[in-house]
Write a new protein. Structure first.
Length: 193
């Protein structure tokens, strides 16, 4: 197996409406503004908005994500509207196991861009990147069973529901939650192209 840090691949790619790229130092202020705008939507699902991050917290987080991208341990990706350059949301490939290889797509969208298909477009583009560029054999999407919007993104992007893990995790409010696991395999991706 090639050590992950020696794997070379592009730091950005495009879909129809999005530029999808690795995080860069200096992204903190814009990403933090999107987080603040979207707090009401993020709070039920995302632990990392408790407490609300400052601009410095977000910048530090982005710089760590940049380091993780370079070491290939996590591949966070920021989503930008191609026509305006506006920050739309964040996604990426997480829980990477390069031995298989397999990975998980996570995502969130800035409130003003909800309901416009940006997340589904990003997930489809990142799925293509995972299979065609990174050589993934399996890609997963995991979400809280109560997060119907997130589950619909997985379904629209062609992922199959494989499991419902009961009382598997804790929500940001401290309640037990069920987790849905959607997955797509490389041969299914090839057949669906």
């Amino acid at each position: 197996m090639i050590p992950p840090i020696l794997r070379d691949f592009p730091e950005q790619f495009e879909t129809e409406r999005l530029l999808i790229r690795a995080p860069l130092p200096g992204d903190g202020a814009e990403v933090n503004a999107a987080i603040l705008e979207s707090l009401d939507r993020l709070r039920p699902w995302m632990e990392w908005v408790h407490p609300v991050p400052s601009v410095d917290d977000t910048e530090a987080n982005i710089r760590q994500a940049r380091a993780d991208f370079l070491t290939r341990t996590e591949l966070r990706l920021h989503l930008y509207e191609k026509t305006t350059g506006a920050f739309v949301g964040s996604s990426g490939l997480h829980r990477i196991d390069w031995r298989v290889p397999k990975m998980e797509i996570g995502y969130w969208v800035r409130t003003r861009y909800e309901g416009q298909g940006y997340v589904t477009e990003a997930v489809r583009g990142i799925t293509r990147f995972a299979f065609e560029t990174l050589g993934a054999r399996r890609v997963e999407i995991r979400c809280d069973a109560n997060n119907a919007r997130s589950a619909r993104v997985a379904e629209r992007a062609g992922y199959r529901l494989e499991a419902r893990l009961r009382s598997e995790a804790i929500t940001p409010s401290g309640a037990l939650r069920d987790t849905l696991i959607y997955a797509l395999l490389a041969d299914e991706w090839e057949q669906g192209k």
